[in-house]
Design a protein around this ligand. Sequence first.
Ligand code: ATP
Length: 271
Amino acid sequence: MSADTTPSNQEANPPVDGKELIRFDKVTKRFGGNTVLDDLSFGVDSGKHVTLIGPSGSGKTTILRLLMTLLKPEEGTIRVNGDYLTHEERGGKLVPAGEKHIREVRKNIGMVFQQFNLFPNMRVLRNITEAPVTVLGLSKDEAESRARDLLELVGLTEHLDKYPSQLSGGQQQRVAIARALAMRPQVLLLDEVTSALDPELVAGVLDVLRDIARSTDITMLCVTHEMNFARDISDQVMMFDEGHIIETGTAEKIFGDPDHTRTREFLSAVL
Ligand SMILES: Nc1ncnc2c1ncn2[C@@H]1O[C@H](COP(=O)(O)OP(=O)(O)OP(=O)(O)O)[C@@H](O)[C@H]1O
């Protein structure tokens, strides 16, 4: 059981390289009678880029939604940086986590969704500065300076005064990536971030993510159907089937010489 106190600001609690940052322990998630994740345990080390692959409905997005606390597991615990996401310690006992605790742990986690979910009534710059100012308490100047650096990273410096509706889908998704990074999360969750894009816009977004994977030490957990991208960025690939990890290994191993027949069948269908 972790005796860590919840960090009041994620920047005060940087990840230690090689340390386990995410831990699922015997997690079961059901929707009614449908058991989507079944007694699932796995860990992700700090700084690693991990891709979840597997057939539609195998539970990949559910894992990301549990980490974002958009869903709660029926059984088991989830820890981020040693802190329980699902529970908190009170008087030496684990009790279901309260809203305040969840908000604090969640500051360590950024997510980019399939649909970009930008604030339509805010210009690009404000979309990125809003949460660092209101949630982290950064000054407007600090938040803007951080946002300008990120806009440069995602190649959108010249668009900072535009509204989301004036941008292409690919540009909007790059704003969403910058917005997630502006919170300086330890973990970036990417949920099929190119699935809603026109095909000609996909490469630009994936290039930005490759760049981020190469140039930052952020931990990435990624659900994607872009297998070449997964092969490029992943330190580890987890193959899911019916709520279980049936095989995990390096990208080279899983894409080159998987052990499991289901993995082979899945990859031959999608590659
Ligand atoms: N809110 C919900 N209510 C009921 N069932 C749900 C809900 N969310 C997901 N499910 C079910 O859980 C199962 C796993 O869904 P999930 O989205 O995690 O799969 P996935 O592996 O990400 O699939 P895909 O690759 O198609 O996105 C599916 O059977 C889905 O229908």
